[in-house]
Design a binder for this molecule. Structure first.
Ligand SMILES: Cc1cc2nc3c(=O)[nH]c(=O)nc-3n(C[C@H](O)[C@H](O)[C@H](O)COP(=O)(O)O)c2cc1C
Length: 324
């Protein structure tokens, strides 16, 4: 039976999808599945766990993305995360950066399905929540349908039931991480075919999606979609998600969202979170609407002040809502 939990996801994005960002995104959609930035499993074991793993309950449904390739370390990290209440543990098999390659994790693991299977099995033995994998359609010259099928088949045997597929291969040599998100061409057909071959698995399509309404058509071929950059830069697009993807309620008005944002701002201020940590994520809120530039300018100038708080957001928004 179709599992609706992955129907609409917001991608893990390093430096972007931190807890503050996710709390903001949650104002725009109650149902979208949110992903953390990637956290290395070693950091979970040895680092500041409150900082790395802390989240607010409103962020559910929430997945932690782990990086790593040592089954034992990943299993311990997964257990610690599950005890904190994450709804899913996702393994990063898609990130192509050099730093990641030297540590043998991320996209280069696509060449080692056996190892990924061991990691998944070890994590599953420790947690009850789903252990999922986010990967590419291929790497370097290992990018045929047969290669992809072999990878998914082996990892599924280890108990992974949900695969998030970034629909472009990664070039591990010679392309920067940024280029690897733009240069290799997107191929949604590969992801559709994967779902056809494994109808019992949940397959989520990711890469290049930039229209929440149009992307719904992919649900005829796969189980879900994952939005990254578009959701971040044009967050109001998330306002339609609950209605379009989950048949829930209407689309909220922007002034309702602003009212919720003021509450969030006050809550963050009470928690001692500097305003700048929120402002960077909300700069795109008026994207494409009258007053967008003024919104950004008012916020970026005002946030420098020591006493910046809800009044700043209120002032910036009032000017834009009047212009609209
Ligand atoms: C700033 C940035 C950071 C990213 N960090 C991660 C990450 O930590 N883990 C991961 O699996 N993918 C990461 N990605 C890739 C995204 O999750 C996504 O797969 C990619 O951006 C393609 O989707 P999009 O075209 O909708 O943005 C990152 C992307 C961006 C733009």
């Amino acid at each position: 039976m179709e599992n609706p939990n992955w129907r609409f996801c917001v991608a893990p994005m390093m430096d972007w999808t931190d807890s503050v960002c996710r709390r903001f995104h949650r104002l725009l959609s109650r149902r979208a599945r949110l992903y953390t930035e990637m956290v290395h499993a070693n950091a979970v074991l040895h680092g500041d766990r409150d900082r790395l793993l802390g989240f607010d309950p409103v962020e559910h449904p929430l997945a932690l993305q782990l990086g790593g390739s040592d089954p034992g370390v990943l299993a311990q990290a997964a257990r610690i995360a599950a005890e904190r209440g994450y709804d899913e543990i996702n393994l990063n098999v898609g990130c192509p950066s050099d730093r990641v390659q030297s540590g043998t994790f991320g996209a280069c693991l696509m060449a080692e399905p056996e190892r990924v299977a061991e990691c998944v099995a070890a994590m599953r033995a420790e947690v009850d929540v789903p252990v999922t994998v986010k990967h590419r359609i291929g790497i370097d010259h290992q990018d045929s349908d047969a290669d992809l099928r072999a990878f998914v088949e082996r990892v599924a045997q280890a108990g992974c039931r949900q695969f998030i597929v970034h629909a472009r291969k990664a070039w591990l040599q010679g392309l920067s991480p940024k280029d690897n998100r733009e240069k290799p061409p997107l191929d949604y057909g590969r992801v559709y075919r994967l779902k056809q071959e494994f109808p019992e698995l949940t397959v989520v399509l990711n890469g290049g999606l930039n229209d929440v309404s149009a992307a719904r058509a992919h649900l005829d071929r796969v189980d879900g979609v994952m939005f990254g950059r578009h959701a971040y830069h044009q967050p109001t697009s998330l306002m339609a998600v609950d209605a379009l993807y989950f048949g829930e309620g209407g689309i909220p008005e922007l002034d309702e969202v602003i009212a919720d944002l003021l509450h969030l701002t006050a809550a963050l201020q009470a928690e001692g979170v500097p305003m700048a940590r929120l402002v960077r994520h909300i700069l795109g809120l008026f994207h494409g609407r009258p007053g967008a530039r003024q919104w950004r300018r008012t916020l970026t100038e005002g946030v420098q002040r020591q006493d910046a708080g809800p009044a700043l957001i209120e002032r910036a928004a009032a000017a834009c809502l009047q212009t609209a």
